[in-house]
Design a protein around this ligand. Structure first.
Ligand SMILES: *Cc1c(COP(=O)(O)O)cnc(C)c1O
Length: 405
């Protein structure tokens, strides 16, 4: 059996479809965010325009100091799973910090946001007798995989559509457990769920709500608790899930909720139990990041980010570059052609030192290919002008349609 030939056949199919992923090899510079060294083809130094370290917290001095201190004090790894010697004091402090951030009784850490969604949803679906999970049609792969692994009943409801959710809930046994899973900020279109309306429907039908705030934590709300905090809805959401790897700039995932809910996941989720705990230095860095973003400095960073987002949108409008209008910090510039999308990204990297990853099918539907820009407080006005100037000239060269003002 030639296994490599089997692998190659499927890889070749990906390449033919234009879906083969090529990574940009970068070396981030501390103190020069959003600049990075590019180890691949193109400019040697690039401005990163598609990062998820939304506020530059991955290089914040307080975060780095906390990590250095913990590394010196505790060493490299946690030394075990949470159950068998791996629970470090800093993990407990971090869980307390997260529970406080979302106004919940308790929180539970995972090695990533992906694992937290996968483990929590699969445990809920598998362990709650007769459970149905109702999933927004745009939900992230980590939720989809968790629901699949639960092997329970599932229903997919139309994206951000509380009425469709209500219809689907009305069909179900009123006495059986139901979990409604959705996100606040959707990362590809940058649209935001009507959380209050969805919660109304959940409460009407006795469903528990499961909200992924991965693209909102640190960024929205007076203390960075996310969209549910901004809208005063945190206490109505049964489970809030988030990541430490995006706006908090470190790595890891978590859930928050009632004491019983968190104890249930802690006690039954294989993806929590049977894996080594996060390094203590990571937990200490995350605590520092969350604390910073809860305070006045966080408020300043969030305001500055919103300013830069608004500025990029205004400049794109002036240049007639079409972008999705949405209420978040995510600015998708619509190219609507997979080949041109990749070509634009290559030109930006090679000629302008601008790095943005092209987003093509299957991440987004065919015909909606895009470049997804995420301005941070550390992208200055000059960076924005350089980006829009480059897009302006490439737009003509690639014969792309302008937006009609
Ligand atoms: C990135 C992402 C995750 C996974 O978080 P990680 O910490 O990166 O594993 C979960 N949900 C959504 C919506 C995401 O975009």
């Amino acid at each position: 059996m030639d296994y490599d030939a089997l692998f190659r056949t499927q890889l070749d199919a990906l390449k033919t479809e234009g879906n083969y992923r090529v990574f940009a090899e970068l070396e981030r510079f501390r103190g020069a965010f959003p600049r990075a060294k590019n180890h691949g083809a193109g400019a040697e130094e690039v401005t990163v325009w598609c990062g998820n370290d939304y506020l530059g917290m991955g290089q914040h001095p307080d975060v780095l100091e906390a990590m250095h201190d913990a590394l010196d004090k505790c060493g490299a790894g946690a030394g075990g799973t949470r159950n068998i010697s791996g629970t470090n004091h800093s993990h407990v402090l971090l869980e307390n910090e997260l529970a406080d951030l979302h106004g919940k009784d308790a929180a539970l850490l995972f090695t990533s946001g992906y694992v937290s969604n996968w483990a929590a949803l699969s445990t809920l679906g598998a362990r709650l007798p007769g459970c149905t999970i109702l999933s927004d049609s745009y939900n992230h792969a980590s939720m989809i995989e968790g629901i699949r692994h639960a092997r329970c009943e599932k229903r997919i409801w139309a994206h951000n559509d509380p009425e469709d959710l209500a219809r689907k809930l009305a069909d179900l046994d009123p006495d059986a457990p139901k979990v409604v899973a959705f996100e606040s900020v959707y990362s590809m279109d940058g649209d935001i769920a009507p959380i209050a309306e969805i919660l109304d429907v959940c409460e009407q039908y006795g469903a528990m709500s499961y909200l992924d705030e991965v693209h909102a934590v640190g960024l929205y709300g007076p203390r960075g608790g996310g969209i549910a905090e901004r809208e005063g809805l945190m206490d109505r959401v049964t489970l809030i899930e988030g990541t430490l790897g995006k706006a908090f700039g470190v790595v890891g995932g978590y859930i928050t909720g009632s004491t019983e809910l968190v104890d249930f996941i802690r006690s039954f989720a294989s993806g929590f139990i049977f894996t080594t705990a996060l390094p203590p230095a990571v937990a200490a860095g995350a605590v520092a990041s969350i604390q910073t973003l809860k305070g006045a400095e966080g408020t300043g960073l969030r305001a500055r980010q919103q300013r830069q987002v608004a500025r990029l949108r205004a400049k794109l409008d002036q240049a007639g570059i079409p972008h999705l209008d949405n209420p978040s910090h995510i600015v998708p510039v619509m190219v609507k052609d997979p080949v041109k999308c990749k070509m634009l990204a290559d030109f930006l990297m090679e000629r302008h030192g601008i790095y943005v990853q092209p987003i093509n099918y299957p991440t987004v539907p065919k015909g909606t290919e895009r470049l997804r820009f995420t301005p941070s407080p550390l992208h200055d006005d000059g960076d924005i002008d350089a980006l829009v100037g480059a897009l302006h000239s490439l737009w003509s060269q690639c014969a792309l349609a302008r937006a009609v003002a």
